[in-house]
Design a protein around this ligand. Structure first.
Ligand code: SF4
Length: 64
């Protein structure tokens, strides 16, 4: 799978980091940073959770 993050939509809520800390981090302004663009299948549930909880709909999961 591939994760796409539209950082210009991000409102710095941090929910994605709580859901999937191996995949997302936040910069000094709280804006999400993608750590792993193609995380392994063991992280799929975490990334799906991040997509679901992001209040800005800034994260997409593309299944390959
Ligand atoms: S959950 Fe969405 S709005 Fe919040 S930090 Fe992550 S990408 Fe940004």
């Amino acid at each position: 799978m591939k994760v796409e993050l539209e950082a210009d939509k991000c409102v710095a809520s941090g929910q994605c980091v709580l859901a999937a800390m191996d995949v997302f981090d936040q910069d000094d302004d709280g804006i999400a940073v993608l750590l792993e663009e193609t995380p392994g299948p063991e992280l799929l549930d975490d990334v799906r959770e991040a997509v679901a909880v992001c209040p800005a709909a800034a994260i997409r999961l593309v299944e390959q």
